[in-house]
Design a protein around this ligand. Structure first.
Ligand code: TYD
Length: 136
């Protein structure tokens, strides 16, 4: 997968003086059915998360609160994406290495995933990920 397949996607935003509302429906707003939801919170200053690629799982990341950066690698190029709005998110297809840093205090990262959790779906060594890309 090339970095061009990673996309920032705008979500519907219902602005309201009582508080804004955003919603999303799998396959209508993001390109997969949602099978799993998880979130990162209480991230201490300076911490880094991620540091892996997934073989089959598609993910969509939203900064529900605060902000953080996602660094994406396709084996050739890399790019840094800053997420800081709860009405858009970052789609990451399988076979993209991702790292996350620069978490603001109190930030919350919501992750939607196309697959149930499976450790077998992970590349946790960048070298192994690169070798797998070379072999494909
Ligand atoms: P991991 O995906 O390795 O997070 P990061 O790459 O940001 O460090 O997950 C951390 C731990 O949580 C790991 O032991 C696996 C476990 N985990 C689950 O059990 N289910 C899940 O859905 C996720 C995302 C992680």
């Amino acid at each position: 997968m090339s970095l061009e397949t990673c996309k920032l996607i705008d979500l519907p935003k219902i602005s309201d003086p009582r508080g804004n509302l955003t919603f999303l429906e799998g396959t209508r707003h993001i390109p997969f059915e949602i099978k799993r939801v998880f979130y990162l919170y209480d991230v201490p200053g300076g911490a880094e998360r991620g540091g892996h690629a997934l073989i089959n799982c598609h993910q969509f990341l939203i900064a529900m609160s605060g902000s953080f950066d996602v660094i994406l690698y396709d084996g050739k190029e890399n790019k840094r994406v800053h997420l800081n709005r709860s009405y858009h998110g970052l789609y990451i297809p399988p076979m993209i290495w991702r790292e996350m840093d620069n978490f603001s205090s109190g930030s919350v990262c919501l992750a939607l995933a196309s697959e149930s959790y499976s450790e077998q779906d992970y590349f946790r060594e960048y070298g192994t990920f690169l070798k797998a890309l070379g072999a494909s």
